[in-house]
Design a protein around this ligand. Structure first.
Ligand code: NAD
Length: 486
């Protein structure tokens, strides 16, 4: 683990095996950090915040972030390789991510010296008023296993540009890329303690990372139950918190859609990353008049998807990332069958030769689904699509919004009228029209309802890591009536 200026095993010298889900074999071991280790990391981040990091000017913070971006680009292949081994996700996707992620550090590096306060035309005679934006202090970043570097970067670039320090807690299933990434901060010239990485189990480390008085903000990405635990802990000490949680996102296909493009959009929504994406378009909501034709096209397309080695450029879908997740996905598939949903493709473990001993699940599609079935309500986080027909635009919106979640939604239409009207009616943080699974460092990302609180990316995200200070200067020689508010 990276704590302050040193590399440490856990204080009890216990280790967690990291399993490569393609071979279904351990390939690395990571320290099982303890509460003492988490405490040391928070102390190191606090010392850096009060000490050397506070001495670095905003412009120089920006330059450090530019240097980090260069190092990340130089190490893209290596970092992508670690993520593929830990998660089983396609090398093509992880390398694509790694080549794009430096943009976040460049963008927020550019913003670091443009965090300007304001002068207020204050309505108090003889007074001058201004605001400044100040960093908060130590921020903990708690991230899941599906895209460790992407989901960390969406927090870290903005929080560092704003002048905070960080303790990162990767998932116990996928920590290695963040440990390797931590090395680059030293090389880039960041003072020790600005970025710390502790590894281990969430609830154990969370007792410190979400409670410690030096922690001023928690940036969490993960599932509902972890999110609830973090938000509850944050409430005890009134810490600021952002939660990027799960989803059950609707992908709505209207009768006037370009069907070939929409088929690809539906596939990218639910089968890319083997469905292990918070923004997965897991509910296809489709106009009844094209239901049969579209579903057939979808089955034909999905039927050609190649499961296998995530490092092979011919592979379309890698394994599920870890055994507990595999078991959850299979249990949800079995429950959907028992509930009466009609499994028209997949529904089983992947068993081709290329799947070997890997943790594969076939791409699975259920028709005959109603929106009240469990398979349409609960997040699967796997390659499982439910198909729900609609008759009118109003019904499509009603079905789309009839969910606890609100992370993303998409619609496929050639009607400009629908393209303009529908986004306003959909309850989700991100809406795509004739697209799916597009993310940019420039575009705010986050959920509504049970998909979370707060936004990452874009200009506004930097404010999530700043405190506004309001300063009144009294130019009057005296104080007016002291018993009445000024
Ligand atoms: P998870 O909630 O089990 O774990 C996420 C992280 O939280 C891990 O590092 C874990 O160790 C930690 N954690 C768990 N309990 C904790 C606690 N009590 N205190 C502190 N930390 C704790 O999620 P997961 O299974 O790793 O990831 C899958 C989930 O993440 C899915 O629900 C998915 O939708 C969600 N996700 C959301 C987004 C988004 O941006 N909205 C992105 C990716 C994944």
């Amino acid at each position: 683990m990276r704590i302050g200026d040193s590399w440490k095993a856990g204080s009890t010298n216990e280790w967690i095996e990291s399993v490569n889900p393609y071979y279904n074999k351990p390939w690395a071991r990571i320290p099982r950090g303890t509460k003492e280790d988490a405490e040391a990391a928070v102390e190191a981040a606090h010392a850096a915040f009060k000490g050397p990091w506070a001495q670095v000017s905003p412009a120089d913070r920006g330059l450090l972030l530019y240097r980090l971006a260069e190092l990340m680009a130089e190490n893209a292949e290596y970092l992508a390789d670690l993520e593929v081994r830990d998660t089983g996700k396609l090398r093509a996707e992880m390398l694509g991510n790694l080549r794009y992620l430096p943009r976040w550090y460049q963008y927020y590096g550019g913003l670091a010296d443009k965090i300007e306060g304001t002068v207020t035309p204050i309505d108090k005679p003889g007074m001058f008023h201004y605001t400044t934006y100040e960093p908060l202090g130590v921020v903990t970043c708690i991230v899941p296993w599906n895209s460790p570097l992407l989901l960390t970067t969406m927090k870290l670039a903005a929080l560092l540009a704003a002048g905070n320090t960080a303790v990162i807690k990767p998932s116990e299933f996928a920590s290695t890329s963040l440990m390797a990434f931590a090395k680059l901060f030293e090389e880039a010239g960041f003072p020790a303690g600005v970025v710390n990485v502790v590894t281990g189990y969430g609830p154990e480390l969370g007792e410190v990372l979400t409670h410690h008085p030096h922690v001023k903000r928690i940036a969490f990405t993960g599932g509902d139950s972890g999110g609830r635990a973090v938000a509850t802990a944050a409430a005890q000490t009134f810490k600021r918190v952002s939660l990027e949680l799960g989803g059950k996102s609707p992908n709505i296909v209207f009768a006037d859609a370009n069907q070939d493009a929409a088929v690809k959009g539906v596939v990218s929504g639910i089968f890319a990353a083997t469905g292990q994406s918070c923004m997965a378009g897991s509910r296809l909501i489709i106009h009844r008049s094209i239901h049969d034709e579209f579903v057939q096209k979808l089955v034909d397309f999905v039927g050609t998807a190649t499961l296998g080695d995530p490092n092979d450029s011919e592979t379309n879908m890698g394994p599920v990332s870890n055994r507990p997740q595999l078991e959850r996905v299979m249990a949800k598939i079995e429950a959907a069958k028992a509930e009466g949903a009609n499994c028209i493709i997949g529904g089983k473990r992947g068993s081709t030769e290329a799947c070997g001993d890997g943790l594969f699940v076939e791409p699975t599609i259920f028709t005959g689904v109603t929106n009240d079935m469990t398979i349409a309500r609960e997040e699967v986080f796997g390659p499982v699509l439910t198909v729900i027909p609609f008759d009118t635009d109003e019904e499509a919106i009603e079905l789309a919004n009839d969910t606890l979640y609100g992370l993303a939604a998409a619609l496929w239409t050639t009607s400009i009228e629908r393209a303009v009207k529908m986004p306003k009616k959909l309850e989700a943080g991100t809406i795509w029209v004739n697209a799916y699974r597009v993310v940019s460092y420039l575009a705010p990302f986050g959920g509504v309802k049970a998909s979370g609180v707060g936004r990452e990316n874009g200009m506004e995200a930097i404010k999530e890591y700043l405190e506004t200070k309001s300063v009144f200067l009294n130019g009057n020689p005296d104080v007016a009536n002291p018993f009445v508010m000024g």
